[in-house]
Design a protein around this ligand. Sequence first.
Ligand SMILES: [Ca+2]
Ligand SMILES: [Ca+2]
Ligand SMILES: [Ca+2]
Length: 186
Amino acid sequence: MATRRILGVLGATAALTLTLVSPASAGARNAPFSGDVDGDGLADVVTLGPEGSTCSLTIAHGLPGGGYGTATTYTYPNPTTGPLCGDMGEVVDLGGDGTNEIVTTDYDAYSTSDAFYVLRQTGPTTVAVISKQYGDIMPNIIWQRDFNHDGRVDICTWTDQGLGVNYYLNTESGGLSWIYDDPGGC
Ligand SMILES: [Ca+2]
Ligand SMILES: [Ca+2]
Ligand SMILES: [Ca+2]
């Protein structure tokens, strides 16, 4: 019985570990998301921080032997016109230049001019705001898909506030281009 109990505990621990290191691929609100943000070929886990005049996120970097290191906190000035810091995101290579970016958006975003802002880990202790991108407001969820099949992974969002699914093309110049006519594929 003692052995069975120990195995039971181990099983529960393994299940918990699996939950912690396997974030959903689609970026739901306040959900961690994964991708290689430091370019070492290993997937990392990004968790966005609270709203405020200074924004923050934590990154738990993937380790060569598997698993993740201790999460590091990065801060940067709020790039939006409001107190929003993004509550969902995806890691994609904008521009297809081999360097991944962190694309974030926020359900409470009310300005189409900064619906998205794009971050990049620029050093061991730094994350920088790369750009802001035009888009729909109030997305419930964000995910990635190469919907035009050009090799650059694009961004899709869905909102319950009117427009439904929105399509954003990952452009050669490293931007996101909002597609108004539904091209399908998200
Ligand atoms: Ca990595
Ligand atoms: Ca890039
Ligand atoms: Ca594409």
